[in-house]
Design a protein around this ligand. Structure first.
Ligand code: UT7
Length: 338
């Protein structure tokens, strides 16, 4: 029986044109470029145009990834979109991406996965399982968000953090043979969640928590925008990411010096620096985009990955550690040999 490994054979990304600098926010809110940059590392973020939806950002990133992989849309037999800002609650944004790519006639399964900022890592892990089981040859895995539509733009504690964008990878099933000593591909993924932390970070929009006074159900529990107790989230993020880094290294019998590149979730430069320290890595081996993208939630890891692949930092044979932490809480990692 043939066993398969999932290999990333192409990546792509998309950022909306509109840049929103801290100075512009400081003109509207009681904040400053100095406060935002020193606390988060963010200078600017991108904002989707009025007629751009998450599926549009996702489709643009997917097209780039398909071109990089030299794979035609109709060769894709699985589409996963990690997002917490879908076009609609249903149908899944992934089905619209499939349609926009023009590969709907193949009827490949397409679904969304919601693990907030850890969404891309979760989706990568799910696609890897499809490939390992032999039920999929080419998978398209996308992280895409329009968080600018979710935040409350009068709340300075959250709106300054987020941005819009999308990143994508194409995975291919490669038979595992004894011939190649260090074959490229996903070496392991590690996923965790702890739902007891819901009140530290949550967003609005679910049907289920709406009031329905017409039926005598007037209990509205939906929150407005994004609600976060930033300081407490920060502490939990640092702790969980330290643990996941250790777990990933132990599972692969590696030491800290074996990792060539850290591609972290881009929520806060201080969280990224803390994880790099745990790995004993200098910051020049860490891919940082938070200064230009802000926190793009599920899009942040594939956006950073694509940037480092395209500018030539990540090279064949390199060991790349991706990690993320987000609302839920959810957290996870993926170790990949490029
Ligand atoms: O991606 C999912 C995971 N999310 C994260 O990992 C986010 C984790 N948390 C963080 O990144 C940080 O906690 C923040 C950047 C959100 C906040 O930084 P902080 O250093 O934890 O600040 P703080 O919340 O403790 O607030 C310090 C002060 C407060 O004023 P007082 O109470 O000390 O007078 C805030 O009201 O800063 C004030 N403040 C602001 N001041 C200027 C909060 N937001 C702003 C702002 N501009 N935008």
């Amino acid at each position: 029986m043939t066993h398969y490994r999932a290999r990333i054979i192409g990546s792509g990304s998309y950022l909306p044109e509109r840049r929103l600098h801290n100075d512009e926010l400081a003109g509207r809110l009681d904040t400053s470029d100095e406060w935002i940059f020193s606390r988060t590392g963010i200078r600017e973020r991108r904002i989707a145009a009025a007629d751009q939806f998450t599926s549009d950002l996702a489709t643009a990133a997917a097209r780039q990834a398909l071109a990089a992989a030299s794979v035609a849309p109709d060769q894709i037999d699985l589409i996963l979109v990690a997002t917490s800002t879908p076009d609609l609650i249903f149908p899944a944004t992934a089905t619209q991406v499939q349609y926009k790519l023009g590969c709907h006639r193949g009827r490949a399964p397409a679904f969304d996965l919601q693990a907030v900022c850890t969404g891309f890592i979760y989706a990568l892990s799910v696609a890897e399982k499809f490939i390992q089981s032999g039920s999929c040859r080419h998978a398209l895995v996308i992280g895409a968000e329009t968080f600018s539509r979710a935040v409350d733009w009068t709340d300075r504690t959250t709106c300054i953090l987020f941005g819009d964008g999308a990143g994508a990878v194409v995975l291919r099933a490669e038979p595992i043979t004894a011939a190649h000593h260090h074959p490229p591909g996903i070496l392991s993924t590690h996923l965790h969640a702890d739902g007891s932390y819901i009140d530290l970070l949550k967003g609005s929009g679910g049907y289920s928590q709406r009031a329905m006074p017409v039926l005598g159900l007037d209990q509205e529990t939906n929150v407005a925008g994004v609600q976060m107790r930033g300081n407490e989230v920060f502490k939990q993020a640092v702790k969980a990411l330290d643990e996941i880094v250790d777990e990933t290294l132990v599972a692969n019998q590696l030491t800290r010096t074996d990792v060539d590149w850290l591609v972290p979730h881009q929520a806060n430069i201080r969280i990224i620096q803390s994880t790099a320290k745990r790995l004993g890595m200098e910051m020049d081996r860490v891919v940082v985009t938070v200064d230009r993208h802000g926190n793009t939630s599920a899009a942040s890891v594939p956006l950073a990955l694509d940037e480092a692949v395209r500018d030539g930092r990540i090279q064949p044979g390199h060991l790349v550690l991706m990690e993320a932490f987000g609302s839920g809480f959810t957290w996870g990692s993926a170790l990949v040999r490029w």
